[in-house]
Design a protein around this ligand. Structure first.
Ligand code: HMG
Ligand code: MG
Length: 325
């Protein structure tokens, strides 16, 4: 039944790579997306229209978007590609590409096909003022004003679906564990009222624990945020990502972000390690009888390939076990 279906959002090509110091060639990024598309994943975060001065690794995002529209990668399922955009400048860089291919993607509200992928823009707010300043160079209120413009323009101009992240929801590198779940609920409600289609709750620092995940989700539910509008974005810094995932599943959440090979880390969160590995997430869901639609062996192979390609250790426990490494 649909209650056993889980949507995984692969964030490896963006969250996984954004923090890499060495420049990763465009061809490697495109090859990663192409390989991920073959595993059964349906949603892939492919780039980020942020300032190249702030995050140089994401500077290929226009080329990536262009390539994905011109040559949608083949796979078992129709795909949706997601790109971060923090402001109108980032959105207009995305629009420059979209205006050249205005019919190459499925507008929001229509089903993506293998020929016409879906497209999504993602804005990213913060649960604390200090993280907002570090990550976006402005306070939360100002960021929300900008996101309102971005959400409206994304929808009005190209009928794009919009996801909205909230970072540091379970712990902040600057304010510690002292993140108010009511503040998270306020920001989530504001973003949903602006028209965001989905809120992804980011445990940027991996400081989330099972009881605090439960407390946060209860608080959001009480504030009227619906489970179907929420995704969880766990980082595995303290090894708690799957425990927290279990708590969120129990609460009724069915969308989870993950990154192949456990790649990742946020440039504005010192010491942050990768997202929960896609391999670990797929394996975990299989043990629970949940259906992800993703082929475990196929995604393990992608994790093995990309970590070797960029010279990083494979951070997926399941990946290493399956590979016998
Ligand atoms: P700013 O310096 O305040 O921007 O940065 P500004 O508006 O003052 O503009 C300064 C210059 O940047 C101007 O150029 C702008 O045109 C340019 P100049 O006139 O000096 O030549 N500019 C841009 N260029 C390209 N793309 C843009 C853009 N915007 C301005 N979009 C800004 C503000 C938001 C741009 C900056 O802070 C920034 O890029 N931040 C992004 C930080 C980031 O990418 N963080 C990682 C993603 S979030 C994350 O990883 C967490 C997540 O995974 C969830 C979780 O784990 O919690 C999502
Ligand atoms: Mg992240």
């Amino acid at each position: 039944s649909s209650d056993y279906r889980v949507k995984l959002v692969e964030v490896g090509p963006r969250d996984g790579l954004q923090n890499e110091k060495r420049a990763i060639p465009l061809a490697t990024k495109l090859e990663l997306i192409k390989r991920l598309a073959k595993t059964g994943l349906t949603t892939i975060e492919a780039g980020s229209f942020v300032s190249p001065k702030w995050v140089p690794q994401m500077d290929h995002s226009s080329e990536i978007l262009q390539h994905l529209l011109q040559n949608p990668p083949p796979g078992p399922n129709p795909l949706t590609f997601s790109f971060l955009a923090p402001n109108l400048k980032g959105l207009s860089n995305a629009f420059t590409v979209l205006s050249q291919h205005p019919t190459a993607f499925a507008p929001d509200g229509t089903a993506p096909t293998k020929e016409k992928p879906g497209l999504e823009i993602a804005v990213f707010a913060s649960a604390t003022e200090s993280f907002s300043r570090k990550n976006l160079n402005c306070d939360i209120a100002t960021s929300l004003t900008r996101f309102k413009e971005v959400i409206q323009a994304a929808k009005d101009t190209h009928s794009l679906r919009v996801r909205a992240y909230i970072s540091v929801v379970l712990g902040c590198p600057f304010e510690g564990y002292d993140v108010d779940p009511h503040r998270v609920a306020e920001v989530a409600t504001a973003l949903l009222e602006m028209g965001a289609d989905e809120i992804s709750l980011g445990d940027t620092t991996g400081m989330g624990t099972a009881p605090r995940t439960k407390e946060l989700l209860n608080c959001l539910s009480k504030a009227g945020v619906r489970n179907e509008d929420v995704a969880m974005h766990f980082h595995d810094t303290y090894g708690q990502a799957l425990v927290n995932t279990a708590v969120a599943l129990e609460h009724g959440i069915r969308t989870f972000d993950c990154s192949v090979g456990g790649l990742g880390g946020c440039p504005y969160s010192p010491g942050a390690t990768g997202n929960v590995a896609t391999e670990d997430m797929v394996y975990f869901m299989e043990t629970l009888g949940m259906n992800t639609g993703v082929d475990l062996d196929a995604v393990v192979d992608v994790g093995d390939w990309i970590t070797k390609e960029i010279g990083k250790e494979n951070a997926s426990t399941v990946g290493k076990a399956v590979l016998g490494a």
